[in-house]
Design a protein around this ligand. Structure first.
Ligand code: GCB
Ligand code: CA
Length: 866
């Protein structure tokens, strides 16, 4: 035993010292100088130009994608830095590796251009800078350009094309004899496992040695298990200028799978006859075999596995895409805790930290290039797309978690038949050549494409070249109703399998938006409430789990992300995330945990909603009863409110809803469940405002209320420390509400939702303004005598006609001839506050008299001053 350990110790010491001797890698992320704009002569010593000091990862679009101005900066950005190149070896070779920069990158060292520009914003590339280096300090200048470019994908997409060096930059130093660094995709070694079974596995490692002159060199492979114990080594002699292929095998491999993501390590070294080491690279390796079957689903190591997971963008609130490895890994941790086994890395290759974690955590993944919506319809555009795909496959080749390469997303979004014959021809060719490229580059994985149009549409164009097909279907959101999700998915499966019986189908996107500030007990389609999103996903999951031909499904999206041109409840944010853009969990995240986790799980789904309000059940009843949904994978759950048990309820599809009486002030909700003899709990502390049923109540006197007029949703104004707006209601005697008019709706062929999607200027409270009552006659509050602050919020959104009105409070004109569009501008939120005294029993009546067009009101606040 001791002896064995000693051997191991020596072995690991040997690896340690070797590791220090070969290939030096360090990041160079700090203290770059940055200038946003064009520079005519970058090497003149123009002192008038002021440079900003920045740290990588960096993007110049962190702010302008979120502001009220249309558009964001798309142009040149310059980075410069002087560095001393560490002297590590005699005759060393020096490289710069950019994990990514968006989207055209030009590199200059000491005033000299280094190779061709790198094209594409999402793939990793390396450049050999040895030739242009000098002793002492060296000046590195990098120009990055994110202008629209007809020759580079993406041409159009529902995400922002942030500019900058937004991932790490590495300095790599090797000896003269080394594994190729600056190749397409910047990967030194390609590992595949041509045959894997429980009994044995074959390994094939391809590498290429770069060396100045002939000589005898060997490539040595060392396979280590997860505990760093050496399993096998082999040595292969290299031939000058040729790739080296090292084939070997192992017995009884530990298999890699989502349940048990067992990883080996392959150390690949260049050695000479005497055993001197020249270069060394490490890769992880997972042994697995897998297959997709259109009718039976996905199999890994012979086990049928339903693939359930999400999509992910590389984006974070106010950071654009300049996201640290720590955040990338944090995301992966949240995804793991959610219980998923599948990740679609959309819509472009992402940071290497993501795939590292996919390998370690056991996610089955697909990776794609940013061929989104539309092709770069010219020959260069096509070649660039092919190159990008090659870079993607080569750089990521060794990750065992990847099972398919996706060539594009919703490429028929801009209908090719409407873009002319030349475009269509080019478009079809691009699909063909990309799907061929996948199989040429990697025979061990599947080729994949994602569409959203009808299967027949793609078939008519003849672009279903890939082995797997994905569909993005937003039933219950953009189209169709929630009740019909199951029916619609079954019908989709039928339609696609009828045309292509052997092509497995993945539901590559589904979902709906939710603004964590919007809450409701009357969820409706497209209201952006957290509650509607919850119901939508529940319906989807039911269907997905029941339909075997849906081999895998990915929620759109793991997290909210920033899209400059979006005008949803939170402008510039696509809020279909299960967590927000700064990673706060929405209720639906817990639903997935309850449905997917193998370990006992229990949660109050809406525990993130801490500040609530409601109208008393009846006059002076002292409580307002509201539903609370619990999610869990135990049998049943007990709910206790303020120390009083409401009994136990059974879970149905991982959910159950209690009717909970809330009192004024703090309310403690506790839930308790048991599984396998263990107790599980969750709790929430809710600060509740109990609004009087009768506004003249002496027991619960009226103080203040804010109403989100024209909406069934509560709105939590997070910027104002959770200031709460209540849902609207038609007036009833003794209470408050609108008289006359209707909720504003967006009526299209596909939708009839409350509110209108406009980015409202001058406010962060877009949802208050986006919803309104139009054509109202009055708004009434049956409040007692007193002095009140009344504040009215309104906006004219997307209106075409002229609208003007007079507003009267208790018959006194307070706002005359108000024309919002003319006087304040279109799509602008306007709020005005009035001091009102009520000296009789008639309360407050705010009357709206149309002079032209229609009256409107978005929000109203009333506060009793004294
Ligand atoms: C899609 C696209 C994705 C969008 C999403 C949406 O189908 O693939 O890029 O963000 O829909 O939210 O509309
Ligand atoms: Ca409103």
């Amino acid at each position: 035993m001791i002896k064995k350990n000693l051997v191991l110790l020596f072995l690991s010491i040997a690896f340690l010292t070797n590791a220090q001797n070969v290939r030096h890698i360090e990041t160079i992320n700090d203290a770059w100088q940055f200038y946003k704009g064009n520079i005519e002569n970058p090497f003149s010593s123009d002192v008038s130009r002021s440079w900003e000091k920045v740290t990588l990862p960096h993007s110049w679009n962190t702010q302008d994608i979120l502001d009220d101005e249309d558009g964001y900066y798309r142009g040149e950005g310059w980075y410069k830095k002087t560095i001393k190149i560490p002297q590590i070896y005699d005759n060393q070779k020096v490289f710069l590796l950019f994990e990514a920069a968006n989207q055209v990158t030009s590199l200059f060292v000491n005033g000299k251009v280094v190779e061709k520009d790198h094209i594409g914003g999402y793939t990793t590339f390396a450049r050999d800078i040895t030739r242009v280096l000098k002793k002492g300090t060296n000046e590195i200048v990098v120009k990055v350009d994110n202008s629209h470019n007809d020759e580079i994908i993406p041409q159009s997409a529902d995400f922002s094309f942030y500019g900058g060096i937004y991932r790490d930059v590495h300095l790599i130093i090797t000896k003269q004899v080394h594994f190729e660094v600056a190749n397409l995709g910047a990967n030194a070694v390609f590992i595949s496992t041509p045959k894997v079974s429980e009994l044995s596995a074959e390994i094939s490692v391809k590498s290429k040695i770069v060396r100045p002159k002939k000589g005898t060199y060997y490539v040595k492979q060392s396979l280590l298990d997860a505990h760093n114990n050496l399993v096998k080594t082999i040595k292969t002699k290299s031939n000058f200028g040729k790739e080296v292929i090292s084939d070997f095998s192992v017995e009884k491999p530990n298999l890699w799978s989502p349940e048990n993501p067992y990883l080996y390590k392959v150390i690949t070294e260049i050695i000479d006859k005497k055993g001197n080491i020249y270069d060394r690279v490490e890769n992880t390796l997972g042994f697995r075999w897998f297959s997709f079957d259109a009718n039976r689903g996905f199999f890994i190591n012979g086990n049928k596995t339903k693939l359930i997971g999400t999509n992910r963008h590389q984006d974070f609130y106010k950071k654009a895409n300049a996201v640290s490895d720590e955040i990338h890994r944090y995301d992966m941790k949240l995804l793991k805790e959610m219980g998923i086994n599948f990740l679609r890395i959309a819509h472009y290759p992402q940071d290497p930290a993501i795939l590292e974690m996919c390998n370690k955590m056991g996610f089955i993944t697909t990776v794609e290039i940013p061929f989104v919506n539309k092709a770069a319809a010219n020959e260069t555009g096509k070649q660039n797309s092919i190159n990008m795909l090659k870079e993607t496959i080569r750089y990521n080749y060794n990750n065992p978690s990847i099972v398919a390469w996706n060539l594009g997303n919703e490429t028929t979004m801009k209908a090719p038949d409407k873009l002319g014959e030349a475009y269509t021809k080019h478009f079809i060719e691009t699909h063909k050549v990309l799907s061929e490229t996948i199989k040429e580059e990697d025979k061990t994985r599947y080729s994949y494409t994602v569409f959203f149009r009808e299967p027949a549409y793609q078939d008519k164009l003849g672009i279903r070249f890939t082995e797997i097909v994905g569909y993005n279907k937003y039933y219950g959101w953009y189209i169709e109703e929630l009740e019909d999700i199951d029916k619609n998915l079954r019908s989709l499966v039928k339609r696609t399998l009828a045309l292509n019986p052997d092509k497995p189908l993945i539901l590559s996107e589904y979902g709906g938006g939710a603004d964590p500030r919007l809450r409701t007990y009357n969820p409706t389609r497209f209201d952006f409430s957290v509650e509607y999103q919850f119901l939508l996903h529940k319906a989807y999951m039911k269907a997905i789990l029941e339909i075997p031909e849906i081999v895998g499904a990915n929620v759109w999206n793991y997290a909210d992300f920033q899209v400059e041109h979006r005008k949803d409840a939170v402008p510039h944010i696509n809020n279909k995330g299960l967590v927000s853009a700064s990673r706060e969990k929405k209720d639906v995240y817990y639903l997935y945990q309850a449905l997917l986790k193998k370990t006992p799980f229990l949660a109050i789904a809406s525990k993130g909603w801490k500040k609530r309000a409601g109208i008393e059940d009846s006059e002076n009843s002292k409580v307002a009863t509201q539903p609370i949904t619990i999610v869990g994978n135990t049998d049943d759950v007990e709910l206790i409110i303020n120390g009083k048990s409401l009994g136990k309820q059974k879970f149905n599809f991982a959910t159950t809803t209690f009717n909970v009486p809330f009192q004024q002030g703090q309310n403690l909700i506790e839930i308790v469940s048991e599984k396998e003899g263990k107790v599980f709990k969750d709790f929430a502390n809710i600060d509740f405002t109990l609004q009087p049923k009768n506004l003249k109540s002496k027991i619960n006197p009226f103080k203040e209320i804010a109403i989100n007029v024209g909406s069934y949703c509560y709105f939590i104004e997070t910027d104002n420390v959770d200031y709460l707006w209540m849902p609207d209601q038609a007036y009833t005697k003794g209470s408050f509400g609108y008289l006359g008019g209707d909720f504003l709706r967006t009526k299209t062929k596909r939708r009839n939702n409350i509110g209108v999607d406009v980015s409202v200027k001058g406010t962060e409270n877009d949802p208050v303004f986006q919803t309104q009552v139009v054509g109202l006659e009055s708004y009434k509050f049956d409040v007692p005598k007193g002095t009140y602050e009344l504040s009215l919020s309104m906006a004219e959104l997307k209106s075409r006609k002229e609208n003007s009105m007079d507003i009267l409070v208790n018959d006194k004109k307070v706002w005359e001839n108000l024309n919002l569009k003319k006087q304040y501008g279109k799509d602008r939120g306007v709020t005005k506050r009035f001091l009102i005294s009520v000296d009789n029993n008639d309360g407050i009546t705010i009357s709206f008299k149309a002079l032209k067009g229609q009256t409107r009101l978005s929000g109203v606040k009333l506060r009793k001053v004294n």
